[in-house]
Design a protein around this ligand. Structure first.
Ligand SMILES: [Mn+2]
Length: 443
């Protein structure tokens, strides 16, 4: 059952310079873009969280260190791509690991020039001289907003020398996040590779699941495969048995699994920054009860209807609408909702059982960047976009509902790439049909 992993895909040599050129081409000629790296975050006292680079910064530079700032300046004599970073220092490297340094920034990361980050307050304002527009991600990090303002105002003292300071700030996201939304061939390969590892991890969890195991033990099976492949979690895994499967972002993962319950696992690996995001729900002891099977099949049908709608020129909302329609009709048929389909859809009474959207963009961030609407209208799906399709049903104990449905929580989630012919399910190798799951767990 275990799928053999192919060789890890690599970026073509010019992937990152191509991205920068595409961004530079879309910027105003007399502008400058400033992109800060992520900072190290403290976990407690003097212990840090593992470093995770900011996704915008990573997308443009592939430079995986904190305390760095990338600067893009169209047609500037000092170069179009400048990197401020930490200077190489043997003593620091002894304690905290290898650094690229200024030379590495130029040779390995193709910066036209590199400067010590400690000198940014003097060098960056001079690069902003006579530029009118500054692109950056405003309003995301208040201290960075403040820093940009400080750099600009430091130029005002030079105005009598004939220097002009920038007078327009523009959100970089408008260009950059549209670029990130459509994945290159190389990005698609990386996402396919991350997806493969997640498939193997979910198979392992399914195979090793049994009553009386703890949720964290099943989580450990998932993590085992991620780390075996050298990957990280793209987000904290959700491993929820029985009623915990009804808590959408349950991450305690500390309860004992009971025979007869379902187990919901939402977990995905991250490869070179690219996320995968899979949810499967299956019976702890390998066999669905009748109510579980009925609801599971309904969610599965809703997911199939939604995936069918993922194709170029359909809008973002069409997969969701398809899923909701199937779920609503099914809930009526099973007696969980009353009335007629039209009223249920109009009054959204299904939201008692299905209260989230059917998916999100997927990429360097698990809930990836990119607008869902443009000018108030749902946007059109394009080749190269990647999204999740993840309908679910969550039935909490409630007087209005037959107790046989209580505490059943189900979600089924796959990662879908929009292709010229429709779509490719990147996570298709992971089984999800009722018979397949039962046969696999019993074998
Ligand atoms: Mn998701």
């Amino acid at each position: 059952m275990k799928t053999v992993l192919t060789t890890p895909p690599q970026f073509p040599k010019d992937e990152f310079s191509t991205r920068r050129t595409r961004l530079l081409d879309q910027m105003e000629r007399d502008s400058i873009a400033i992109i800060p790296s992520a900072a190290l975050k403290m976990r407690n006292r003097d212990a840090e969280f593992p470093f995770r680079q900011d996704s915008d910064f990573l997308y443009l530079t592939n430079f995986n260190e904190p305390n760095a700032i990338a600067v893009l300046i169209p047609e500037h004599e000092a170069g179009q791509f400048l990197l401020f970073c930490r200077e190489k220092d043997a003593k620091t490297e002894r304690w905290t690991g290898r650094m690229a340094g200024l030379e590495g920034a130029k040779t390995t990361y193709q910066a036209d020039n590199a400067f010590p980050i400690d000198e940014i307050d003097t060098i960056l304002p001079s690069l902003m001289e006579n530029r009118t527009t500054v692109y950056y991600s405003m309003g995301v990090n208040p201290s960075f907003d403040q820093q940009v303002m400080t750099w600009i105002s430091s130029l005002h003292s030079k105005i009598r020398k004939g220097i002009t300071a920038p007078h327009a700030l523009t959100a970089l996201d408008l260009i950059l996040h549209e670029m990130r939304l459509v994945k290159s061939e190389a990005e698609q390969s990386l996402m396919r590779y991350a997806a493969q590892t997640s498939v193997i991890a979910h198979q392992r969890a399914m195979k090793r699941c049994q009553a009386e195991a703890y949720e964290y033990q099943i989580e450990a099976e998932i993590l085992h495969e991620f780390r075996q492949a050298g990957m990280e979690v793209a987000y904290t895994s959700i491993v929820g048995g029985g009623e915990n499967g009804c808590i959408l972002h349950y991450i305690e993962n500390n309860q004992c699994l009971k025979a007869g319950d379902l187990l919901l696992i939402d977990a995905g690996a991250e490869y070179q920054g690219y996320a995968s995001d899979i949810t499967r729900t299956f019976p702890v002891s390998g066999k669905f009860s009748d109510p579980q099977r009925a609801l599971y099949q309904l969610v599965l049908d809703a997911q199939a209807a939604a995936i069918e709608q993922v194709k170029p020129n359909n809008t973002w909302i069409e997969p969701h609408e398809a899923a909701v329609k199937v779920l609503a009709q099914g809930l009526l048929d099973l007696g969980l909702l009353q009335g007629d389909l039209e009223t249920v859809l109009e009054e959204k009474t299904y939201t008692d059982f299905y209260m989230h959207n059917t998916g999100h963009w997927l990429g360097l961030d698990v809930h990836d960047v990119g607008r869902y609407k443009i000018n108030e209208t749902w946007r059109t799906l394009e080749v190269g976009m990647v999204l999740t399709v993840e309908p679910g049903l969550y039935i909490s104990p409630n007087d209005q509902v037959d107790p046989k449905w209580w505490n059943i929580g189900i979600r089924i989630e796959d990662d879908i790439l929009v292709t010229p012919d429709g779509n490719e399910v990147l996570t298709a190798a992971l089984l999800k049909e009722v018979d397949e799951i039962e046969a696999f767990m019993m074998s």
